[in-house]
Design a protein around this ligand. Structure first.
Ligand SMILES: [Zn+2]
Length: 82
C-alpha cells in the first residue's frame, strides 16, 4: 500500500501533521486504522461478521475490495456505489 492522506502517510511529509494514532501512538496508516486500532473495533466487528457471512476471512485485501476474492460470482455492491 502506498502513501495515503492519512496522518501516517502525509505526516511524514507535511509539517504540523502528527503521523501517530492519538490513541495507540502507532503510525496512523490504513492497516492500523482498518485492522488494528481499538478506536474502530465496533465497526470492525460488524465488517468482520459481514465478510464471514460471505465466506471471507478478515484481512486487508478483503476489507478494501472483497470482490477480488469473490470474483464474478460476487453479489456485493461495488464500493463506488456508496
Ligand atoms: Zn490506533
Amino acid at each position: 500500500m502506498g502513501t495515503t492522506l492519512l496522518p501516517g502517510g502525509a505526516g511524514k511529509y507535511v509539517l504540523g501533521i502528527d503521523p501517530a494514532c492519538p490513541r495507540c501512538q502507532e503510525p496512523l496508516t490504513a492497516p492500523h486504522m482498518l485492522l488494528h486500532c481499538p478506536n474502530h473495533k465496533a465497526q470492525r466487528d460488524h465488517l468482520e461478521a459481514a465478510l464471514h457471512s460471505h465466506g471471507l476471512v478478515f484481512n486487508l485485501t478483503n476489507v478494501l475490495d472483497p470482490r477480488e476474492q469473490l470474483g464474478a460470482r460476487s453479489s456485493l455492491p461495488s464500493p463506488n456505489t456508496y
